[in-house]
Design a protein around this ligand. Sequence first.
Ligand code: COA
Ligand code: ZN
Length: 302
Amino acid sequence: MEQVIVNDVAPRDGLQNDPVAVSPGERAELIKRLVAAGLPAVEVAAFVSPKAVPKMAGATEVAAALDLDRADFSALVPNRKGYEMARAAGMRSVALVLSATETMNRRNINMGLDQAAAVCRETLQQARGDGLKARAYVAVAFECPYEGTVPDAEVERLAGDMFAAGAEEIIVADTIGAGNPTRAKALFGRMTAAFGAERLAAHLHDTRALALANAWQALECGVRKFDASAGGLGGCPFAPGAAGNLATEDLVSMLHQAGFQTGIDLTALLDVVSGMESLLGRPVGGRSLPWLRRRLAEDQAA
Ligand code: COA
Ligand code: ZN
């Protein structure tokens, strides 16, 4: 069976904008439970300004509470300072964020597009020189909440720029969940032809209930790495209108039904989602959760 790698971003994208503040210790526990459920990769923290994103404060404490050899743990870094903090915390993998439009970069990291690209290039080179795994998001890859539709050619140009600077992988991110299957086929088709599917990952949001359909198009184009968020939590505080990420349980459920393997134990993942509900004090979960829970209860009764 073909393998798909799922990177759970719930501890970062999932919790960065949640109404409930989750402590670094609780985030570390969540990460450990995700790894125990078989997640091979987790985005564990964002080394960002606590003034900009208060919910991500304590990234160093999160890293300190983890056995960093246990899985492919990465951290989001917006600038050189964030990178230095991530390296000092022992992180071995960092993800830079370059948004595809001028306004989104300004809102998110207080830099214009050219400056953001320069900072990303410089930081990617530094990370490679330090022996860290260095990846870059190209955010708002389909549509920007401020500037509208983003041309595929621009996403390709920015990705090419980041690869040239040493990025090992580009994460094509539909930050506000505005993609549709026709556009996803065109963009992932173009990107895989230009750079090779093995160097790309997809990060999708489910705002319009199209994240799975878009993921399927990326899969058809050969992409085998996906971000997803347990419980379907997520959204960027600087991208109005975004709903949660593609839920890990929805993605994994689809992949297993369609004959792909992920190494993830769905039963254990459902337990993690239930734990998140206790932590956040409300129901969460992807669209498949009621069916998955029912099936699990039937299996256990049998
Ligand atoms: N982590 C922690 N603190 C940081 C930092 C980082 N990566 N980068 C800068 N700072 C601190 C500076 O030391 C300074 O602190 P001080 O006020 O105590 O002196 C303060 O933040 C302002 O620094 P400056 O370089 O002027 O940053 P800024 O105000 O222009 O903000 C970012 C730029 C990138 C730090 C901020 O916009 C940010 O953290 N954005 C992240 C957004 C995000 O996470 N979005 C969601 C995921 S895509
Ligand atoms: Zn996201």
